[in-house]
Design a protein around this ligand. Sequence first.
Ligand SMILES: Cc1ncc(COP(=O)(O)O)c(C=O)c1O
Length: 254
Amino acid sequence: MHTNRIFNFNPGPAALPLSVLEEIQSSFLDFAGTGMSITEISHRSKWFDEIVNDAIDRTRRLLKLSNDYHVLFLQGGASLQFGMIPMNFLPDGRSADYINTGTWSAKAIKEVEILKKSVRVIASSEDKNFSYIPEDIQVSPGSVYVHLTSNNTIKGTQWSEFPETSGVPLIADMSSDFMSRPFDPKAFGVIYAGAQKNIGPAGVCMVILRDDLLKRVPDDLPSMLKYTTFASTNSMYNTPPQRKLSTPAIPLFS
Ligand SMILES: Cc1ncc(COP(=O)(O)O)c(C=O)c1O
């Protein structure tokens, strides 16, 4: 069975190493000798706390994250982040800057427009079918954040150096190149990435968020749409997808 594995390079979710699949297989029947499947253990148990804390610790270590960053695990994929970011960080009457480098940037911009919030596209490569990364990025006066997509999954371009935003928080969708190369997390206010490309199966989105940004989160959002809800509960406000959350911990963090 193991010798005829197919490496599919064209899915939404990426291939996982065989050793990871084997670990998933065994934890599915008996998680760490508990006699319970990973899908059966309580998310309020010490075992699950360990899984989440281990994933956070290893992320911190790998990215050399300072203590002023939170590591959160949310559901809803990177696509939910397209809406949560303006809901949490873009107050009415203010404006955010977006850089449009392809399909996923455009989707992020669309969600701001749906929310009827003010978005300025300060740079775009749409004129040449998104075949390049724009240069000389100028942040608009008064912008509350700058959003970009680090790797343009469909159009095939990737930022090699990130723009300087003069203190305005830089927010990056890193879904398709997260953890694939070294980068300086300090340059970012928020980094988010759907797990399925680089760190595990679909169903979890990792959000790395600088602490000062939490003060900007408005009170009048539903709990499940506020970053403060997940930061104050170690991402366990409601029942998380245990097996999916345990799996990023295995390939990326072991
Ligand atoms: C760069 C980028 N952003 C966002 C998404 C959407 O992610 P999700 O399916 O987790 O919502 C993808 C999916 O391919 C992507 O490549």
